[in-house]
Write a protein that binds this ligand. Structure first.
Ligand code: NAP
Length: 310
């Protein structure tokens, strides 16, 4: 079980049954451990699971489960639960926060407004990118992507999306249309990543993909860091091959403190704050504990996650 500032609150209802373990694979089997609660993104793979022969459930605090080997858990008949559907609004809000901040150069402007250099207003400085009436491309129109699309309508944006499977059921209600990946990349003013991290999406936004984007385009990543090739993005931003990026997630996370990306003005980075509101984090805590309790009772989880193809 991983430690963290919210964890004592989350697990207060389980007091007496909880043991804090460092997130390393134990040297010997741990037959007393019956549940794993993953808080943060600790890697859960076969070697770790083999040391917990009596595990009944893995409950993840969050929706992304790319750090959990779902096949390894399924092979051992261990159900895995996550917390979808209750963090969509907060995460979409963060996507829009990054979109607005990068387009209107808010963080750069804040730094300038506080600095001794700001002595006179000049109508010519820090011109940004128009948001309203621009074109937004959403890669991954699922629960979070749909919430992003709803917000974009309020900004009079034209919205296209790309999934592996088109969603005609959502197109009319959300006012969005389907685009092939390369078309989306080449024509959008903003590209927002809302897909899961998988073997298919790892490195999806690489040098080729960035090369297709308009020099005025802005990339927003609220998915997972490895969906973007960090070196390719650093190069593209340095050479102004694209205008800017807004990142809630990075690869690695956090970036080394001396990483070139941290020195660029045309990137806004948040420390993975997508679902970080008091209300959303409380709902995530409640749902993840419900999953944990159901697993311990041998009942179906409220939100089970299965490996692809299962
Ligand atoms: P979801 O409802 O399952 O939606 C995911 C969407 O991505 C689906 O529409 C899916 O459509 C699409 N997709 C999957 N593989 C794809 C591919 N190879 N190419 C293009 N589209 C693909 O999931 P969600 O609840 O919206 O969450 C999405 C992800 O957001 C999570 O997995 C997590 O990693 C991330 N997340 C981040 C934060 C944060 O703090 N920044 C918070 C919550 C979640 P198809 O299956 O048809 O392709």
């Amino acid at each position: 079980m991983a430690d963290g500032p919210l964890a004592p609150i989350i697990l207060e209802s389980l007091a007496g049954e909880v043991e804090w373990l460092p997130w390393t694979t134990p040297a010997t089997p741990q037959p007393d451990v019956v549940a794993l609660y993953t808080y943060g993104h600790p890697h859960v793979g076969p070697a770790l699971l083999d040391q917990f022969p009596n595990l009944k459930v893995i409950s993840n605090y969050g929706v992304g489960v790319d750090h959990i080997d779902l096949h390894a858990a399924a092979d051992r008949s261990i159900p895995v639960g996550n917390t979808p559907g209750i963090l969509d609004g907060a995460t979409a809000d963060m996507g829009f926060t990054l979109l607005l901040a990068t387009a209107r150069r808010l963080v750069e402007g804040d730094r300038y407004a506080r600095s001794p250099d700001f002595t006179v207003y000049d109508p010519g400085y820090m011109l940004g990118t128009e948001i309203h009436s621009s074109k937004l491309g959403i890669i991954g129109l699922g629960r979070i992507g749909a919430q992003v699309a709803k917000r974009a309508r309020g900004f009079d944006m034209q919205v296209v999306y790309h999934n592996r499977r088109p969603r005609p059921d959502l197109e009319a209600t959300l006012g969005v249309s389907y685009a092939a990946l390369d078309e989306l990349l080449a024509t959008c003013d903003f590209v927002m990543l809302c897909c899961p991290l998988s073997e298919e999406t790892r490195g999806l936004i690489d040098a080729r993909a960035l090369g297709l984007m308009k020099p005025t385009a802005i990339l927003i990543n609220i998915a997972r860091g490895p969906v973007v090739d960090t070196q390719a993005l650093t190069d593209a931003l340095t050479k102004r091959q694209i205008a800017a990026a807004g990142l809630d997630v990075t690869d690695p996370e956090p970036l080394p403190r001396n990483h070139a990306l941290l020195k660029l003005d045309n990137v806004v980075i948040a420390p993975h704050l997508g679902s970080a509101t008091v209300a959303t984090r409380r709902r995530m805590a409640e749902l993840s504990i419900e999953n944990l309790r159901a697993g311990l009772r041998g009942q179906p989880l409220l939100h089970p996650v299965r490996p692809a193809g299962a």
